[in-house]
Design a protein around this ligand. Structure first.
Ligand SMILES: [Fe+2]
Length: 322
């Protein structure tokens, strides 16, 4: 709140426009963090640097002590939300440091919460065939809910008088279906990846499409993936998708300068790139290149360097190695 008031009071003409624009770019609304696996220091450091309105941890948190203690340096600076991952039920400590934390009620699994002006839907955990293989109809699931599973278990088989610790990070059909029916939403965060990923699931796409989200962000696979840049999804797809690596983060909304640049790319350059690279054109255009001072071809072209990008593409087209 104080940050907002300070921004509103910033004079329109600043003596240091550069610093002002850097500050603006480094204060995203939302930041999504890939699987911390116990390293919450890098989350704290990134939040202290960027000061986002809110953050979402994408699962496999494995806090080494209670999560609210690990994140105590930033709790007054940002809103903390999360989904759980499969490893958050590996040990009693993994489980208790998350579900026993004062932040336990910030789990987005199976619901939609308005965060930093966005309706954010969450699906934590993973699909396990012993519960439900989502390639099969829901009726074929071994258990529809954790309640149904608990009822089928003998008392001595239970963990803390409920289902096993492991399956508390499995996705049950009822939780998935409840979320599916509670849209609309703007953003879907999941631990599992969407169908375009080699280890992803169509059920994530179907959920995203039913909710009408513009963005899907996932963890679990320890890769930073922009599905459009990697050629896994087209810009015409109903939503953008990103994977976030462990120790890494994605800020949202995306840097508006980069987005505007993509739109400003001369049409003939886009066509030339498509002739040269086919479906991988976007990936090449958005990947930093050492011959362009480490800038992406898109950024270099729209900042006056389209001639150089064009000649690189022509060289590649004629078999040159660029
Ligand atoms: Fe995982």
């Amino acid at each position: 709140m104080s940050r907002h008031s300070a921004n509103e009071m910033t004079p329109r003409i600043s003596p240091n426009l550069q610093a002002q624009s850097e500050r603006k770019q480094s204060a995203p609304k939302l930041m999504f963090f890939g699987d911390p696996h116990g390293d919450l220091e890098s989350v704290v450091a990134a939040v202290e640097h960027c000061r986002p309105e809110a953050i979402v941890l994408l699962g496999d948190i494995q806090a080494r002590q209670l999560l609210h203690i690990e994140l105590s340096p930033i709790l007054n600076h940002t809103e903390v939300w999360f989904i759980h991952g499969n490893h958050d039920t590996d040990t009693d400590a993994d489980y208790d440091n998350l579900w026993g934390s004062e932040l336990a009620d910030r789990n987005l699994h199976g619901r939609i919460v308005e965060i930093a002006g966005y309706k954010v839907a969450g699906l934590g955990g993973i699909f396990r065939t012993k519960i439900w293989d989502p390639r099969q109809p829901v009726e074929k699931a071994a258990f529809q809910s954790s309640d149904a599973m608990r009822r089928a278990m003998k008392r001595e088989e239970r963990w803390r008088d409920d289902i096993s610790r492991k399956h508390r990070s499995s996705i049950f059909p009822v939780d998935y279906l409840r979320l599916l029916r509670s849209g609309p939403a703007d953003i879907l965060v999941t631990h599992e990846a969407p169908g375009a990923h080699p280890h992803g699931w169509r059920a994530i796409d179907e959920l995203a499409e039913m909710l009408g989200v513009q963005l899907v962000v996932h963890g679990h696979h320890h890769q930073n993936i922009d599905y459009v840049v990697e050629g896994l999804m087209s810009t015409a797809a109903p939503f953008r998708a990103f994977g976030v690596d462990m120790g890494s983060h994605l800020a949202w909304p995306l840097d508006s300068r980069a987005e505007t640049e993509s739109e400003a790319l001369p049409q003939d350059l886009l066509e030339l790139a498509t002739r040269v690279f086919g479906a991988a054109a976007q990936a090449w255009l958005n990947k930093p290149h050492k011959l362009l001072d480490g800038q992406t071809p898109v950024a270099f072209a729209v900042r006056g360097g389209s001639k150089k990008v064009r000649s690189m593409l022509i060289a590649i087209q004629h078999g040159g190695v660029v």
